[in-house]
Design a protein around this ligand. Structure first.
Ligand code: FES
Length: 156
């Protein structure tokens, strides 16, 4: 068994114990597992399925239902671009394309160096400041194509 797999099993085992193998705590168990491992690696879902005696299809269903859960590794920084109507008419698509070019990833993807994950949202309620780009929850309004690269370069 690899060290990574062993660590994962120990981590999931401790979490299951903390929740006393309670099936009703599946969401909380998945949350804690993601917090511990960074994302929900498939083997961890198998451990949880076995540990709770819940079908894998149900564990997988819950893990894919909530947007907060990720089944693939996450980047250190999450970049979001608002594609709501107001931001769209102010050129959000060009901002997104610039980010894609700079990071080499598309929406929903994570860069190989695990530096960035890229996502889009629909209106974050700051339309007057559009187009909006959000990195790790920090909003940058009135973003222009020229501002993208310098902004991304501040996130290592
Ligand atoms: S459309 Fe982007 S903040 Fe509303």
């Amino acid at each position: 068994m690899t060290a990574g797999l062993e660590h994962m099993r120990e981590a999931v085992g401790a979490i299951l114990k903390r929740y006393q193998h309670d099936r009703g705590s599946l969401v909380a168990i998945l949350q804690d597992t993601q917090a511990e491992l960074g994302y929900l690696v498939r083997e961890a879902l198998v451990e949880i399925s076995t540990g709770l005696d819940v079908p894998m299809s149900r564990v997988y269903g819950v893990a894919t239902f909530f947007r907060a859960f990720s089944l693939t590794p996450r980047g250190r920084h999450t970049v979001n671009v608002c594609l709501g109507t107001a931001c769209h008419v102010r050129g959000a698509v060009r901002i997104l394309e610039t980010i894609e070019r700079e990071t080499g990833i598309k929406t929903g993807e994570t860069s190989e160096d695990l530096r960035f994950s890229l996502e889009t949202v629909n209106c974050v309620g700051a339309c007057a400041l559009g187009p909006i780009m959000i990195v790790d929850g920090k909003y940058s309004g009135e973003i222009t194509v020229d501002k993208v690269k310098p902004l991304l370069s501040t996130y290592k």
